[in-house]
Design a protein around this ligand. Structure first.
Ligand code: ADE
Ligand code: ZN
Length: 348
């Protein structure tokens, strides 16, 4: 392990880089202090000290690193979406935190069904609230933000339909894509073929969590059956050469989230993460956080891990930042502008 001093020095180097985030969940980006405030305002019973609260909503060293434990944190987090103000604040702060980490472009995904559940808010209100605060905070902090609506595999297709209709209605408001997330290990994708097709045909982009807690064939299914342009995680793609070839030929972008993979039991240790093998196999790899507050990381930490633990070179890291920009869901002209600016700022 590097010394503390080296970590600090090095982290600052990564903090200074302009960044692109393609895979971050709003529900996994909640500040602990904010949870305490919301709990007080709404009479939610939580442990008296912040450290105990942390055990419920953030990964601890002593936790069992399994996807069940990882997903369990989201169930506790659902308690905090108690008012329009709470949802506005959570959204604004997620964008402020990204700006502080020098993220220039972010696709923030949120799960309308999760945000609406605690107080039975109508889905369309929740979507409106997130869109409004995203616009406000992205202007205030100078980060370009686009939204992705996530649906969970372990929830009903009827709810997924409603989410897609709402997303289609808000395409012009920066809600540009849909995502299928949740429990990939125990729930099938097939029931969602129809609703994802509808989304695609209506002009929404598609990214799918696949090959994370499920096999490489799930990546193939996401590309061929769901028309996924990008894959969330997808690290298990390496288990099947044919699927690697398919993703390489299509130029499918992989939204890799190393710390999340470690903490949710996909890999045994961070230094055995297959990121570099994916790159060597010619796959279009990008580096992302997934759930920064649950994992207690920033995107700078993930860049640090890639270079310091996995020996990615600084030049390749910079190329991967541009690759993420090239894989983003902006219209071509706006994408070109972003890419050109990054080339310049990254001195490529
Ligand atoms: N929802 C939030 N994080 C997730 C992950 N890593 N995989 C699937 N669903 C998720
Ligand atoms: Zn995710």
């Amino acid at each position: 392990m590097p010394t503390a001093e080296r970590v600090t020095a090095s982290l600052n180097t990564y903090r200074a880089l302009p960044k692109v985030e393609l895979h971050r969940h709003l529900e996994g980006s909640l500040r602990l202090d904010t949870m305490v405030d919301i709990a007080r305002q709404h009479g939610i019973t939580i442990p008296a000290d912040v450290l105990r609260l942390s055990t419920l909503v953030q990964i601890q060293e002593e936790d069992k690193y399994t996807f069940e434990n990882f997903l369990a944190k989201f169930n506790t987090l659902r308690l905090f979406y108690r008012s329009p103000d709470a949802i506005h604040r959570i959204t604004r702060e997620a964008i402020e935190d990204a700006a502080k980490d020098n993220v220039r472009y972010m696709e923030l995904r949120f799960t309308p069904v999760a945000l609406s559940r605690a107080e039975r808010f109508p889905l369309h209100d929740v979507v409106d609230w997130v869109i409004t605060s995203t616009k406000e905070a992205s202007e205030k902090h100078g980060v370009i933000v686009r939204l992705i609506a996530s649906m969970n595999r372990h929830e009903s297709t009827e709810l997924a339909e409603q989410v897609v209709w709402l997303a289609v209605e808000h395409l012009e408001d920066g809600l540009v894509a849909i995502d299928l997330a949740g429990n990939e290990a125990e729930f099938k994708t097939e029931p969602f073929y129809g609703v994802v097709k509808e989304a695609r045909q209506s002009g929404l982009h598609v990214t799918i969590h696949a090959g994370e807690w499920g096999p490489a064939t799930n990546v193939k299914e996401a590309i061929e059956q769901l028309g996924a342009e990008r894959i969330g995680h997808g690290v298990r793609v390496l288990e099947d050469e044919d699927v690697v070839a398919l993703a390489r030929e299509r130029g499918t972008a992989f939204e890799v989230c190393m710390t999340s993979n470690y903490q949710s039991g996909v890999i045994g240790s961070l230094d055995t993460h297959p990121l570099m093998k994916m790159l060597e196999a010619g796959l279009n790899v990008t580096i992302n956080t997934d759930d920064p507050s649950i994992s207690r990381i920033t995107l700078s930490h993930e860049y640090y891990t890639a270079c310091e633990d996995l020996r990615m070179t600084q030049t390749i890291l910079r190329e991967r930042i541009v690759a993420a920009a090239n894989a983003c869901f902006l219209p071509e002209d706006e994408k070109e502008e972003l890419v050109t600016k990054l080339y310049k700022d990254l001195k490529l």
